[in-house]
Design a protein around this ligand. Structure first.
Ligand SMILES: NC(=O)c1ccc[n+]([C@@H]2O[C@H](COP(=O)([O-])OP(=O)(O)OC[C@H]3O[C@@H](n4cnc5c(N)ncnc54)[C@H](O)[C@@H]3O)[C@@H](O)[C@H]2O)c1
Length: 316
């Protein structure tokens, strides 16, 4: 039986991954400091897993690696905007914590690592949809930079310790248990005032949104051993095959909540309509590589947003 360890397993994506690993028959250990995750998200799997409340920046991680076959390292600070106000915190949680994970894996002889990275490592790519081999990787946010540095640490681990790793580069993931991002933001703004909605930027930022069910199916479609049969590091994009602009996101959220005639107030944004410093204006990922392993996304961007808004409406 495969023994999986999921860091950040009480978070939005992590908890869905834990449910899926339990369902496929893995023995599952979960580590989370519950800073943004919740034990409620693990309710369905609680009796089948070993849960450890631990901060990766504290000591005690080595003890958890005994008998582990694969580490799924999801814990991070995923809020792109935190990188503007608290960059140090972002680099500690995304880079230092990753360094601690791979150093402990090296000490304990664990080879296989699955990492969750992001489209923001590409920065403002001139090729859209952007393939994995796109260069140069030139992030424009602290978040993207921190994830790129984490990827480089993992590549070094693979080279020096005969590790095998997949870094899944995600577009914007949404769905049940969403706890951050534009859909979450719009939902809560509309709860407070159903007549008007503040939209950061010019509303024309065009991005891909994908459903967490497609995210988990993608993560399980290929293992580090399959992606890297001779060892090493593989980056694999995960996202929907279409993109939508922010106004379409707002329309979808309003429609899902049954709201009509909502007045949109644009902040106008900075530097050509960005919502914030470091906001990439156009993002769509090429997903042929993952499709080559038999995966196909079932949701388009708009349908994924609608499903998320409906879940938020039913659960908040
Ligand atoms: N949601 C997206 O759209 C998206 C897009 C690209 C990449 N990602 C990546 O996917 C992963 C999961 O993101 P998510 O959206 O589920 O976010 P999330 O905030 O719900 O999950 C992160 C989890 O990590 C935990 N955590 C944070 N720092 C920790 C630490 N130092 N020690 C232990 N636990 C810690 C949090 O409590 C939380 O449960 C992250 O690595 C994120 O960067 C997410």
């Amino acid at each position: 039986m495969t023994h999986s360890l999921v860091t950040g397993g009480a978070g939005f994506i992590g908890s869905h991954l834990v449910d899926a690993l339990v369902a496929r028959g893995d023995r599952v250990s979960v580590l989370d400091n519950l800073s943004s995750g919740s034990l409620d998200f693990l309710a369905g799997s609680r009796d089948a897993i070993e849960f450890h409340r631990l901060d990766l920046l504290d000591n005690g991680f080595d003890a958890m690696l005994d008998g582990i076959d694969v580490v799924w390292h999801l814990s991070a600070n995923p809020e792109v905007r935190i990188g503007i106000t608290e960059p140090e915190k972002m680099f500690r949680q995304n880079v230092d914590a990753t360094r601690r994970v791979i150093e402990a894996m090296a000490r304990c002889g664990v080879r296989d690592l699955v990492f969750t990275s992001t489209s923001t490592v590409y920065g403002e790519a001139s090729v859209v949809p952007t393939p994995e081999e796109y260069k140069p990787l030139a992030p424009i946010s602290a978040y993207g930079q921190s994830k790129l540095e984490a990827e480089q640490l993992i590549e070094r681990f693979c080279a020096m310790e005969s590790g095998r790793s997949i870094s899944f580069r995600f577009a914007n993931c949404v769905g049940p248990r969403s706890n951050h991002g534009v859909t979450f933001d719009f939902f809560h703004k509309l709860r407070a005032d159903s007549g008007a909605l503040e939209i950061l930027g010019d509303g024309k930022q065009f991005k891909s949104y994908f459903h967490v069910a497609d995210c988990i199916a993608g993560m399980l479609a290929v293992s580090p051993a399959e992606a890297c049969p001779n060892g090493g590091f593989a980056a694999i994009n995960v996202g929907s095959e279409d993109g939508i602009d922010v106004v379409t996101v707002a329309d979808a959220v309003c429609e899902a909540l049954g709201l009509a005639d909502v007045e949109y107030n644009f902040t106008g944004g900075i530097d050509g309509g960005r919502g914030w410093k470091g906001d990439v204006k156009r993002m769509l990922l090429a997903v042929e590589k993952l499709k080559g392993f038999g995966w196909t996304p079932e949701f388009g961007s708009r349908a994924a947003i609608c499903d998320t808004a409906q879940w938020l409406d039913e659960n908040y």
